[in-house]
Design a protein around this ligand. Structure first.
Ligand code: THG
Length: 292
């Protein structure tokens, strides 16, 4: 499974400021963290960047490429910024967050073809977030058709059903997993990706890694191709590369609602079991789900 580092993001308090002030050090430190952690791509998210995006993105691409040879994923709604970044990418680039708004597709899809890039299609349209798996599938078919028309073939399209916070509706998390199961039929050859941290958004910070890790194990079992995730959580690459087989098996057991002898587990293991039960809908989410 491919891991994309999400950390170089304009929403981050420290790195957002570093981007605006063009400080290379904090950005390069994070790029090194991502590479050393074993991430496979680095996402560069500059937000809408309406005014200065076409200067910010190429600066960011060069800043990161000075210390890392990982391929980059470029994320902004500003097409000039995307193109300015693509021109400098030394490896084949991904264009992130290609949603179904017509004006966005019109400008971005030709760039995917022209620069021989790949794209992440976000299943989000002018009508907003899809409500269930059927709406996600309809959006996927529509997006893939339009991308194909612009010369982008299925193996260069990564589809993102968009994960939502656990504090919201749990059925939305289920429909992400259902979408992954349907993907080979509705869009053969397309890849899949989900943002892990979306699920733990607005939950207590020290507990976020449990949600992110268990969610990753769930998605991996459902056959996902890639996740975008926190490079500072060094457990994620270990869980991904079979170095935590016992823990992964325990999480699978909990997800399958098998009988588990809780008393035989360590405190840490119990946290994973409880988190799995919340994520599969067996237990209700509350900010204190690990207590009691
Ligand atoms: N799919 C795709 N791209 C995405 C997402 C997705 N890009 C954006 C997002 N989701 C993934 N990236 C982040 C980046 C940061 C955080 C969450 C997801 C995050 N940041 C801390 C917070 O908000 O509390 C702040 C960190 C800081 O200040 O440094 O949670 O789903 N294709």
């Amino acid at each position: 499974m491919i891991l994309i580092a999400e950390n170089i993001n304009v929403m981050s308090q420290t790195l957002g400021l570093a981007m605006k002030e063009r400080q290379t050090q904090p950005i390069q430190n994070m790029a090194k963290v991502a590479q050393q952690a074993g991430m496979h791509y680095i996402d560069l998210n500059i937000g809408p960047a309406k005014k200065l995006g076409a200067e910010m993105m190429p600066w960011l691409v060069q800043t990161v490429q000075q210390v890392s040879d990982l391929p980059l994923s470029l994320d902004t709604t500003n097409p000039e910024a995307i193109e300015a970044g693509l021109k400098l990418c030394q490896r084949r680039a991904l264009i992130n967050s290609v949603s179904l708004q017509p004006e966005r597709l019109e400008h971005i899809l030709p760039l995917v073809s022209r620069y021989n890039a790949e794209m992440i299609g976000l299943l989000w349209s002018a009508d907003g977030m899809p409500r269930d798996v059927n709406e996600r599938c309809l959006l996927a078919v529509d997006l893939v058709f339009k991308a194909n028309e612009a010369g982008v073939s299925n193996e260069n399209i990564w589809l993102d059903p968009i994960a939502t916070p656990i504090s919201g509706d749990i059925s939305k998390i289920k429909s992400c997993l259902e979408f992954l199961q349907m993907l080979p039929e509705i869009a053969p050859g397309c890849k899949s990706i989900v943002g892990l941290s979306n699920v733990s958004n607005s939950t207590p910070t020290p507990l976020r890694p449990y949600l992110n890790r268990v969610f990753m194990v769930m998605l991996k079992r459902a056959g996902i191709y890639s996740v975008i995730a926190d490079a500072q959580d060094t457990e994620l690459p270990l869980l991904n590369c079979e170095e935590r087989t016992e823990l992964v098996n325990l999480i699978h057991q909990a997800l399958d609602d098998e009988d588990i002898d809780i008393k035989s587990l360590s405190e840490e293991e119990v946290k994973y079991v409880k988190t799995a039960r919340v994520l599969n809908g067996e237990a209700l989410y509350s900010h204190a789900w690990l207590e009691g």
